[in-house]
Design a protein around this ligand. Structure first.
Ligand SMILES: Nc1ncnc2c1ncn2[C@@H]1O[C@H](COP(=O)(O)OP(=O)(O)O)[C@@H](O)[C@H]1O
Ligand SMILES: [Mg+2]
Length: 382
């Protein structure tokens, strides 16, 4: 099971060390850059305020900002059409049990109040992940599991000052900011349900895999009296000013998947599985191991074929099913302009690191100027 190639591991560790050294170095270089350096007036920038205000206080200048990333991810009509319904939602594992959308709505509004009060423990939920959340200030992305209902809640909170501070929400958002043309998790969250629907359609065309890969149901949720952020973008696509308004707080409610075991990069079976999946679904999904869960089917009476055994994936198809829990639009997350081709995770990580390094350290001034007026087209657009 732990058939891990030692040479690969050493190389992988060296690359990571080199990578972190480069990042540390770049941070120092930026820190000592003269404050008297003249500002480039054509530099892309965003100014963010609460809707209806124009304070000019929250400004972000960055040559990496791209209009398709900042202005095109939020689709109000789509969000409204996929809102959590108030009606009863049958549970995934036991459809005879239900939770009403109204109950979840009440729970989420109460949770939001508890976060605003700065509480560390919450009445109705436990925290699954808060790596991308600024606990002190109370913004970013935080993932919860309901204590008494089989649902996962991904809560997205931004404020004008946090939106223009991409380095204040952990390391991952820092990478995505540079790779993804100024993208952040808040904007990316809007892609999760559209991309989920693309994935479902792709699976429908491949009945063999559709029998063993599944996805959770997902809905958007907005708080009562939602506040809106107004984002004004300057110097993108050669346009002097463009504006968009997005909800400052929203959530994605998803079915909680009862998992049998974790997939791991150390296991060859898991790696094969991840790579196979990304072949089927293409670059639309992030094949990072944590994005798949093996669902325990032992309590369900479902007829599942034995196909996985043929593929030597060591999955017991009578008891398990692969569920893709994370459906963010991967090309947007890492700013892909063309297909990423790989036959293993080492190659995948190396290419992503290479892309980050390219975007962060090696973009020439003339290239930056060029893409300000000649935007890179969307790849696998939603
Ligand atoms: N639908 C789900 N069912 C069960 N566990 C989940 C579900 N969604 C997320 N999780 C768990 O929550 C944690 C954080 O979720 P993750 O998908 O990594 O967040 P992100 O959207 O930031 O990538 C992980 O441990 C993951 O396994
Ligand atoms: Mg994930």
């Amino acid at each position: 099971m732990c058939n891990y190639n030692i040479e690969n591991r050493v190389m992988y560790q060296r690359i990571i060390l080199l990578f972190w050294t480069a990042i540390l170095y770049s941070t120092i270089v930026y820190a000592i850059r003269s404050v008297h350096r003249p500002k480039d007036l054509c530099m892309p920038r965003i100014e963010v305020d609460w809707a209806g205000e124009k304070t000019k206080k929250n400004i972000l200048y960055a040559s990496h900002l791209e209009s398709k990333q900042i202005l095109k991810k939020f689709d109000w009509d789509f969000l409204q059409s996929r809102l959590l319904p108030p009606s009863p939602l049958p549970h995934r594992n036991d459809p005879t049990q239900q939770t009403s959308g109204i109950e979840l709505d009440t729970l989420l509004n109460k949770l939001l109040d508890e976060i605003k009060e700065g509480k560390k423990e919450y009445t109705d939920v436990t925290v699954l992940k808060r790596l991308d959340f600024n606990r002190k200030e109370g913004y970013g992305l935080i993932v919860f599991k309901c204590k008494h209902h089989p649902f996962v809640l991904k809560l997205f909170i931004e404020r004008p000052e946090s939106f223009v501070n991409p380095l204040s929400k952990g390391f991952q958002p820092y990478f995505f900011f540079f790779m993804g043309g100024g993208i952040n998790r808040h904007l990316m969250g809007f892609t999760r349900i559209k991309n989920l629907e693309y994935i479902r359609d792709a699976l429908k065309n491949d009945p063999r895999w559709a029998a063993i890969i599944d996805t959770p149901r997902k809905w958007f949720w907005l708080p009562k009296n939602p506040q809106w952020l107004s984002i004004r973008a300057y110097n993108l696509d050669g346009i002097s000013e463009q504006t968009i308004e997005i909800p400052a707080v929203y959530a994605i409610v998803a079915d909680w998947i009862h998992s049998t075991k974790e997939l791991s990069l150390r296991s060859r079976t898991s790696r094969t599985l991840g790579i196979k999946l990304s072949r089927i679904l293409g670059n639309r999904i992030d094949p990072h191991m944590g994005n798949f869960i093996l669902e325990d089917l032992s309590h369900k009476e479902e007829a599942v074929t034995d196909q996985m055994e043929e593929d030597n994936l060591l999955i017991n198809p009578k008891k398990e099913r692969i569920v893709l829990i994370d459906t963010e639009h991967f090309p947007s997350l890492v700013g892909l302009a063309s297909p990423l081709e790989f036959d293993g995770y080492l190659s995948w990580y190396l290419q992503l690191m290479g892309k980050f390094a390219q975007e962060k350290f090696f973009r020439t001034k003339s290239y930056r100027k060029h893409i300000q007026t000649h935007p890179i087209p969307e790849f696998l657009a939603l």
